[in-house]
Design a protein around this ligand. Structure first.
Ligand SMILES: [Zn+2]
Length: 60
């Protein structure tokens, strides 16, 4: 089944991070929520950069 996750249309202006919802409204600011796909990156992976840095260090 195709995922129908939406993200606050203006999250970058109103929030620190993307706000996801399954409805057409942002649960935090009540603004428009738009289809999030395709996501350019995984915004929920807050430690991705940290983890990649560790991995890179381990390879040196
Ligand atoms: Zn919002």
């Amino acid at each position: 089944m195709h995922s129908d996750i939406r993200v606050c249309e203006s999250w970058s202006d109103r929030h620190d991070r993307p706000v996801y919802t399954l409805t057409t409204r942002c649960p935090e600011c009540g603004g428009n929520a738009v289809n999030s796909a395709p996501a350019p990156y995984d915004p929920t992976d807050r430690y991705g950069e940290y983890r990649r840095a560790l991995k890179q260090r381990a390879q040196e």
